[in-house]
Design a protein around this ligand. Structure first.
Ligand code: SF4
Length: 324
């Protein structure tokens, strides 16, 4: 399978007056053509910072301390802002959580989507209105000829998100990053948007990174899932393997809290995500881990390969007496 993205040993820190926040701390993963890689984790796990880095949208005080973000073999971190601008929107695009924030209330939806073509192909935006109508049809906006003239305030939340999605797919990018794309929507609209993204990747072959705190949603849509905890990867594996046989104790806890939620009995994971200014030594999950043993508070586990999966836990490697 063709590798679209390869992230190697990426560290992103925020330099704040209170201290250095290690938001992403040594992350390695790949994304392949046509797949949906889901990234899940609690708030503060580093997933959105990671998305911004891949899209070249990190701004101070965030700072890339080390690593590479290879997009089709080119390290995005070595490019100038101008070079990044040529890639962003055309070859890598983003869909954000709240479409209202990203649509300009004073311009029609059709104009705002046509601007994507204008920016990358030149000429007047008017040339592209027909293409925008086709895009609106593709993202299932009813009556697209009329909707291109609608302003954001004349559209529902779900329709605005479809407009953002049409912007994201306008240039048939190799990679789409969807950061909590359904969190601001009603449950029924969420399901439609998820189905739409699934259809789009099949039709265009784009790879999609789908970021959410909602693991249940990822289990339905993603091919592979990457679980993040406190700036690090806990586990990466195929969605069906993660659902059936989670390996990392944090993944197990996330899944069991889902199962309890379905039975309407809330089972929270004890404790909370640690401060990333002074994270606990060793495995960052050890203060909350029911399976922690002596080495866990002293050494940082590496990513160990278990079949087709990788898992960051001494139970699966590191010669520390684990039981894998
Ligand atoms: Fe738990 Fe230790 Fe594994 Fe961390 S390394 S998840 S503390 S068993």
């Amino acid at each position: 399978m063709e590798k679209v993205l390869e992230v190697k040993n990426l560290r992103i820190y925020y330099e704040l007056p209170q201290g250095i926040v290690r938001a992403v701390d040594g992350v390695d993963f790949e994304v392949y053509k046509g797949e949906i890689l889901g990234i899940a984790g609690e708030s503060g796990s580093g997933k959105s910072t990671l998305a911004l880095a891949v899209a070249g949208l990190l701004r101070p005080p965030a700072k890339v301390v080390s690593g590479e973000v290879l997009f089709m073999g080119t390290n995005l971190l070595s490019l100038t802002e101008e070079e990044l601008r040529r890639i962003r929107g055309k070859r890598i695009s983003m869909i954000f959580q709240d479409p209202s924030t990203y649509l300009n209330p004073v311009y029609t939806s059709g104009f705002q989507v046509a601007e994507v073509y204008e920016a990358h192909r030149g000429g007047s935006w008017r040339r592209y209105v027909g293409d925008v109508v086709k895009l609106f049809r593709m993202v299932k906006i009813a009556d697209p000829e009329r909707r291109v003239n609608a302003y954001p305030h004349q559209m529902s939340g779900g329709m605005k998100q479809r407009v953002l999605i049409s912007m994201a797919i306008a240039e048939k990018p190799e990679l789409i990053i969807a950061d909590e794309p359904t969190s601001a929507l009603d449950v029924t609209i969420q399901a439609e948007i998820v189905e739409l993204l699934n259809e789009i990747r099949k039709e265009t072959g784009s790879a999609i990174i789908f970021i959410t705190h909602d693991l249940a949603l990822l289990l339905e849509i993603a091919d592979r899932i990457m679980i993040m905890y406190a700036g690090k990867i806990a586990e990466i594996g195929r969605a069906e393997e993660i659902a059936k046989d989670p390996l990392h104790p944090y993944t197990k806890a996330l899944l069991s809290s889902l199962q309890y939620e379905r039975k309407k009995r809330l089972q929270a994971i004890p404790g909370s995500i640690p401060s990333l200014i002074s994270p606990p030594p060793g495995c960052r999950f050890h203060p909350r881990c029911p399976l922690a043993f002596d080495i866990c508070s002293k050494k940082d586990p590496q990513l160990y390969r278990v079949g087709g999966r990788v898992v960051s836990c001494f139970l699966y490697g590191g010669d520390h007496g684990g039981s894998a």
